[in-house]
Design a protein around this ligand. Structure first.
Ligand SMILES: [Cu+2]
Length: 467
């Protein structure tokens, strides 16, 4: 016999079952939201993006001449229309291939309806005039000619360029305004059998991004979702890993395989090290040697779980065939050590990074960025020691323009540095001590947190190198 629910329940029971039904409904909605926010956001191969692949541009006779147009582009991501900002129409601007001693002559055309500019991240170049000058503002409709002279002793490795327009940089890089720079020649520092090594670039970015890191995005590599990477079993390849996004951290790993790090932040290391995984905050680069094995298998190249970002497969490594005469000659060093520990320090500074997320206030030494204020005046030809303190629970990735630095201690412990670098993570409630040699160039530039949302909301300071 079938009863109507209401026919045998009294009013109290009815309220109870109604509430229970609502509760279940809320739980279902919550589960769905939670799934969307935190579950592995790897889409099926049918989903996808229709942004074009970035081009490769090479220097010729010592000059890389190119025009880059920043513009809006409507594309499809997972059947949704997304308005991105792109350089030359592709998600990830053209990759600029240069050699030490080359000149970059880059014409930036701004077809956006807001100002923009370009920073050449990691290059040891002049920060003034129309070189790597982040104080330049290229207004809508304007064109800016950049001339960037790369020194002959520029370390060879992976670099990148991106918008550094203060208050708009987070939005612009999130929407697509960044690309790779490769300073060529690192294979010449490898043992002879590896000098013809095959190279692959993994330029990683979340897309599209919004300011809530718990919202799902696509973890893209070279502007694609889960691209295929091909390699022979036993073949050693050089992989250039770079985070060219605005904030998401990529902790990458290839299960059961090791990365041999030969360059960090474009600086060939004096001590090669091996690791199962590497943490890349926005702006970080590693050049690694990797030798997959297992003919006929496919291995997921993963962005591992790194709170609040869930684990995701970002590329698939397909192993086909066996490498003839497999050579696994991993070097132990690529450059001689230039240890700043033994240098005389002319100045000590303390920079304290702290934030208030509710007020969206991000500060260094309790100050938000002011381009008219010079926070640190330093002398050309000196080495300084900076103590970077983080009072927040979350880490802040520190970056300084023009000159690389050596990490001396992390949370008070001596750090066995592998080389110089231009990015370091300041641990939550922790500190890092670095030494910076101010060499070759005078002028004003900036240091900042490379979570670009923090940078845009104040966590940046001005330093000036003077004679
Ligand atoms: Cu930060």
């Amino acid at each position: 016999m079938i009863h109507k629910i209401g026919s045998y329940l009294n009013t109290g029971d009815m309220i109870y079952s109604f509430s229970f039904a609502i509760f279940i409904l809320i739980m279902l909605v919550f589960e769905t939201l939670e799934y969307n926010a935190f579950a592995e956001s790897q889409p099926s191969p049918l989903d996808g993006m229709n942004f074009s692949k970035s081009q490769d541009v090479f220097s010729k006779d010592g000059v890389l001449q190119t025009t880059i147009t920043a513009a809006y582009k409507i594309g499809n991501v997972d059947n949704q229309s997304i308005t991105s900002m792109v350089y030359n129409g592709s998600l990830g601007g053209p990759t600029l291939h240069v050699y030490p001693g080359d000149r970059i002559e880059l014409k930036l055309i701004n077809n956006l309806n807001e100002s923009t500019n370009i920073h050449y991240h990691g290059l040891h170049v002049s920060p003034i005039n129309n070189s790597d000058n982040v104080f330049l503002e290229v207004s809508p409709g304007e064109t800016q000619q950049y001339i960037v002279d790369i020194p002959i002793d520029q370390p060879v490795g992976a670099y990148w360029y991106h918008s550094h327009m203060h208050t708009l940089a987070y939005e612009q890089v999130s929407a697509g305004l960044s690309g790779m720079i490769v300073v060529e020649g690192i294979e010449k520092l490898l043992p002879k059998p590896l000098q013809e090594i095959k190279k692959q670039t993994f330029a990683m970015r979340d897309f599209p991004v919004n300011s809530d890191p718990t919202q799902p995005t696509y973890r893209t590599v070279n502007g694609e979702i889960n691209p295929d990477v091909n390699i022979k079993s036993g073949e050693t390849q050089l992989w250039r890993l770079a985070n060219i996004g605005s904030e998401t951290v990529y902790k990458v790993g290839l299960p059961d395989h090791k990365f041999y790090v030969i360059a960090e932040d474009g600086y060939p290391v004096w001590k090669v090290w091996d690791t199962d995984n590497l943490v890349l905050p926005s702006g970080k680069r590693f050049d690694v040697l990797v030798t997959p094995t297992g003919n006929g298998s496919s291995i997921p190249f993963k962005a591992l779980d790194y709170y609040p970002y869930p684990e995701t497969t970002i590329a698939t490594v397909n192993i086909h065939g066996n490498q003839k005469e497999s050579v696994k000659t991993i070097p132990s060093s690529l450059t001689s050590k230039e240890d700043l520990n033994i240098m005389n320090i002319t100045n000590n500074r303390v920079l304290t990074f702290s934030s208030n997320d509710e007020e969206q206030r991000y500060t260094i030494n309790n100050k938000t960025f002011d381009h008219n204020r010079i926070d640190q005046k330093v002398k050309l030809g000196t080495v300084e020691q900076w103590r970077l303190i983080n009072t927040d629970e979350n880490e802040h990735p520190f970056h300084i323009h023009v000159n690389d630095f050596q990490v001396i201690t992390v949370n008070g412990e001596q750090y066995d540095s592998h080389g110089l670098q231009d990015m370091v993570l300041i641990p939550g409630h922790g500190e890092v001590v670095i030494r910076i040699p101010f060499e070759d160039f005078v002028g004003k530039s900036v240091y900042h947190c490379h979570i670009m949302f923090h940078e845009d909301n104040g966590m940046m300071g001005v330093f000036e190198i003077v004679k």
